[in-house]
Ligand binder design. Structure first.
Ligand code: ATP
Length: 319
């Protein structure tokens, strides 16, 4: 292994920079050249590549986003685009590649691995929608961000005796809603994996009102949709003034929490070690606190299961 390339692809996630830093430093420590590929597969196809050194990744472990930039590339989905990418990697002498991203980015990584480029994937997405790993880089930072926002909403919710619906990210996977909902003591958590139970939500609000409760937080995953219809229904059924807050892309930014920085550092280091060993077509997972490689094919095919125990517990402690 003489030269390793690194790219960040798909939606960005806090902690990507910490992973870029670990990959870069581990490569240089082992006498390997490291090339930064800007803007994901799009930059790869266009040869937007530069050599990195120890200083290229200085002062970034605490920064959100990605210094390499991220993008989605429709050209790379085509066979022509993939051939172009392969030729560019050859031109730059890149014989190993580390791909940071979600499952779409992993599918691209698998294509390149099958073409003969040694490739390792690192799971970076705030959604935590990859079932093969206990968590993805960026997820716990997003939980931090959402929990802080909900604490602020709770203050004003109590002052005015209102209910607040907080829409958080998560198209198919309700993990952000579930984990941040539990962490911030939400009364109801609505996720795509489970049927919305209007009776349960509204009777909880009515019961709370009866015992003098002034705040009601309902966390809604974006994949469920229709926050404004939900608000009108709650208002009509309970008579409680209800507001909607859509947190949106603030959830994608911010300084990564220490857990994400640690995970990113360990995975970045491990990715380079695997490439030195000559391994390819693997994605890193954290399973019971250990960093383990899993075939990319298996990683993209493993559907994330809902943490049913946590979901049931949330119901018990929010009566
Ligand atoms: P997020 O979880 O944030 O959506 P992601 O990695 O899943 O991240 P995608 O937009 O699905 O994001 O994928 C990123 C890029 O990976 C795409 O723009 C495309 O270039 C490449 N890609 C996606 N699917 C494939 C595929 N089946 N084959 C080859 N490349 C792919």
């Amino acid at each position: 292994m003489k030269t390793i390339g690194i790219l960040t692809s798909g939606g960005d996630a806090p902690g990507m920079n910490a992973a870029i830093r670990a990959v870069t430093r581990t490569a240089i420590f082992n006498g390997i050249r490291i090339m930064g590929i800007r803007f994901g597969y799009d930059g790869l196809i266009n040869g937007n590549i530069y050599e990195m050194n120890v200083s290229s990744v200085a002062d970034i472990i605490q920064r959100g986003g990605t210094i390499l930039g991220s993008a989605r590339s429709s050209e790379f989905i085509t066979e022509r685009g993939q051939k172009k990418a392969y030729n560019i990697l050859q031109d730059f002498g890149i014989d190993g590649l580390v791909v940071l991203g979600g499952d779409g980015s992993y599918r691209g990584a698998e294509v390149l691995s099958n073409m003969g480029i040694k490739t390792i994937g690192i799971p970076c997405t705030i959604d935590n929608d990859m079932g093969y790993t206990d968590s993805t880089i960026g997820f716990y930072t997003a939980i931090d961000t959402v929990s802080e926002a909900i604490s602020k909403l709770r203050d004003t919710s109590s002052s005015h005796g209102r209910a607040n619906i907080v829409e958080v990210m998560g198209r198919h996977c309700g993990d952000i809603a579930l984990y941040s909902g539990v962490a911030s003591g939400a009364e109801s958590i609505i996720i795509p994996e489970r049927e919305l139970d209007m009776e349960a939500i509204t009777s909880k609000i009515k019961r709370g009102r009866k015992r003098g409760k002034l705040h009601h937080i309902i966390v809604l995953a974006e994949g469920v949709g229709k926050p404004y219809e939900l608000k009108e229904d709650i208002k009509r059924i309970t008579g409680v003034d209800t507001k909607v807050t859509i947190l949106g892309h603030v959830q994608r930014g911010g300084s990564p929490c220490p857990y994400d920085r640690l995970l990113a550092s360990e995975m970045g280091n491990k990715a380079v070690q695997l490439l030195i060993e000559g391994q390819s077509g693997l994605a890193l997972a954290t399973i019971n606190g250990k960093i383990v490689p899993v075939p990319i094919k298996e990683a993209v095919e493993t559907k994330r299961e809902l943490n049913q125990e946590l979901y049931d517990m949330a119901g018990e402690i929010s009566i």
